[in-house]
Design a protein around this ligand. Structure first.
Ligand code: F6R
Length: 612
């Protein structure tokens, strides 16, 4: 989704804004722009396409100044054109605004403003904000005009305003879309996400919804939308800019795939002790979980990859914690009239903590009296702040649009949660519990070992680079793996249509498409349904489908069923989805590479989906 940056300080602002915007490229965008204040007034530059186009334009016509705002736009209202790119200005050209979110009542506001003589240049919802502020400025000072204008908006926004009336300050606010403040020495920043400010400062202030900030080089002044002062101290981010860079890999996606032994280790860190035969969380989360352990039902909500993690979580929690679990796509959950009460716990799974549907889902759950637990990667994100308890995945910044390390971190967190609850609910005997805990502790090494199949996966992927349709099939714990494998491939290689199915479902329809050479990726690691998967492979082979099989190391029987075989270390079925995620991610990566796709920023996709 759109990226916002703002800067006030001593440096040349254009450079800072471009550098910060580059750190937000992962969010997806189709145009970019910036506005800077200087002796000429407010200067605006915009370009369609990648940031380099904007950087080239600025190189040709340098803009001087020390205060400015920048934006990468992911089109929602109106085509990706220069006119629709942000910043948007008012009729006077003294105000320039950047926005992320959707203003739901923009049409009625626009009609009113046009009636009052305002002229609009773009098709965007954002432009109404600039004109609304202009209107309010007729009777109020700058800060108040900004606040009062925001109060008229319905929908979601994170906004930054540059104004010729206050040339040493920026104004920012959020409601439903992310905005943070970076606090440096004699300089300050606005940004949609932490990586954008990390090169300059690690001191960050996370804003709450309906908070307004007046930003000067001395720092932020925070107040509510009603104008009441808010006192909040910045927190220190515990990862640095190196963690947000490619580190020698060709793509962020590949870097993040390779980070998984470490990220899983971080998810387990301080929580799992094999010697003490103990799983523990921070005191607050533990109190929350102890309450959950006597509850009767858990509802998991999430979107995309995080939803697939939730589906695996359902198998884990039902089998070992004997806790009934429903899993809902957050976008469906919020509209299906779910029956919740104080006896239900809703578990939201999210990498970004900003996904609009998941956020709306937890708000609905809270309204109905349910308690909310979040499995989340981004500290201080909206969902992390609104949940009653958070189990952070600590996977570090995930920059590639396609989620990889956040997924395995979510699965690891679910495994921890399951084993914690399993002990309290006596869902599994002590010996089996111990075996699972020991295996979970070895997971970073198991993933390390799994990554060694990269050259084999690359070879297979290159062999299958030309087909345009794929099926991914699995059963039980690895049915969600099949969904995730297919999602990964179609995300990073938009030339390909890939579907994931439960293998047993094939005969109910999808098998009709299989013909000579149709590639099917099977997840066939050891499990109680291994023989059934073999039967499914036979069904496909009888129709001349080509089988790429992911199986367990040492499985001699599987060889004759596979056209291409990839093997992963043997594990319990409980942890197998984490291990098979590796070849599935690598397969998608190398097929996309062989097809020349834009792997880290696939077209039409955004990293953080902050609109409905
Ligand atoms: C897939 C992907 C998306 C996200 C989904 C939820 O690779 O990245 O499907 O998983 O948009 O995002 P979060 O986890 O941030 O709520």
């Amino acid at each position: 989704m759109c990226g916002i940056v703002g800067y006030v300080g001593r440096r040349q602002v254009a450079e800072v804004l471009l550098e910060s915007l580059r750190c937000l490229e992962y969010r997806g965008y189709d145009s970019a722009g910036m506005a800077v204040i200087n002796s000429k007034g407010v200067e605006v530059h915009k370009r369609v396409g990648k940031l380099n186009a904007l950087a080239d334009a600025i190189k040709r016509h340098p803009i001087i100044g020390h205060v400015g705002v920048g934006h990468t736009r992911w089109a929602t209202h109106g085509e990706p054109t220069e006119l629709n790119a942000h910043p948007h200005t008012d009729c006077t050209g003294d105000l320039a605004i950047v926005h992320n979110g959707i203003i739901e009542n923009y049409a009625e506001l626009k009609e009113r403003l046009v009636g009052r003589g305002h002229t609009f240049k773009s098709q965007t919802d954002t432009e109404v904000i600039a004109h609304l502020i202009e209107e309010r400025l007729k009777r109020h000072p700058m800060g108040e005009a900004f606040r009062l204008a925001l109060k008229e908006l319905r929908g979601s926004y994170a906004v930054c305003l540059l104004s010729a009336h206050e040339p040493r300050r920026l104004f920012g606010a959020r409601s439903g879309s992310p905005l943070i403040v970076g606090v440096g020495k004699g300089e300050a920043f606005f940004a949609s996400d932490v990586p954008a400010v990390l090169a300059r400062t690690r001191r960050v202030l996370y804003l709450n919804d309906e908070e307004v900030v007046v930003l000067s080089a001395e720092g932020p002044k925070v107040m509510t939308l009603e104008g009441q002062a808010v006192t909040r101290r910045p927190s220190t981010v515990n990862w640095n800019i190196a963690a947000a860079r490619k580190g020698g890999f060709a793509h962020f996606m590949l870097k993040e795939i390779h980070e998984q032994p470490r990220t899983v280790e971080q998810t387990l860190f301080n929580r799992l002790s094999v010697e003490r035969r103990q799983i523990a969380f921070d005191r607050h989360t533990q109190t929350f979980l102890n309450r959950l352990s006597v509850q009767e039902k858990l509802v998991i909500i999430a979107c995309g990859t995080a939803y697939h993690a939730g589906l695996v979580g359902q198998y884990m929690l039902e089998e070992f914690a004997r806790l009934p679990v429903d899993v809902d796509l957050a976008s469906e959950f919020r509209y299906r009239g779910p029956m919740l009460d104080k006896h239900t716990t809703v578990l939201a799974i999210t990498q970004s903590g900003e996904t609009a549907d998941t956020l709306a889902g937890i708000r609905l759950a809270k309204e109905q009296g349910a308690k909310v637990l979040a499995i989340c990667n981004v500290v201080g994100s909206s969902i992390a702040r609104e949940a009653d308890a958070v189990l952070y995945t600590h996977a570090g910044p995930e920059i590639a649009v396609a989620s990889t390390k956040a997924y395995t971190a979510q699965l690891t967190a679910l495994a921890l949660l399951t084993l914690y609850l399993a002990k309290r609910r006596r869902g599994v005997g002590p010996a089996r519990w111990r075996e699972l805990v020991e295996e979970l502790a070895r997971l970073p090494q198991i993933i390390e070992q799994t990554l060694r199949i990269e050259p084999a996966v690359k070879l297979v992927a290159e062999q299958y680079a030309s087909p345009r349709n794929f099926y991914f099939l699995g059963r039980r714990y690895n049915f969600p793996s099949a969904l995730e494998g297919a999602l990964k491939l179609k995300e990073v290689c938009p030339l390909i249509h890939a579907e994931g199915y439960a293998a047993g479902e094939m005969k109910h329809g999808p098998i009709s498409l299989i013909h000579n050479g149709w590639p099917i990726v099977f997840v066939a690691t050891h499990s109680p349904v291994y023989d059934k998967i073999i039967s499914n492979i036979e069904e496909v082979r009888a129709r001349k489908g080509e089988c790429v099989v992911i199986a367990s190391d040492g499985d001699a029987r599987i060889k004759r069923y596979a056209d291409s075989l990839l093997t992963v270390p043997q594990t319990s079925e409980f942890l197998s989805p984490i291990v098979v995620a590796i070849p599935l991610q690598l397969f998608a990566y190398y097929v996309a590479g062989a097809n020349g796709c834009d792997i880290d920023q696939p077209p039409n996709l955004a990293k953080s989906v902050t609109v409905e």
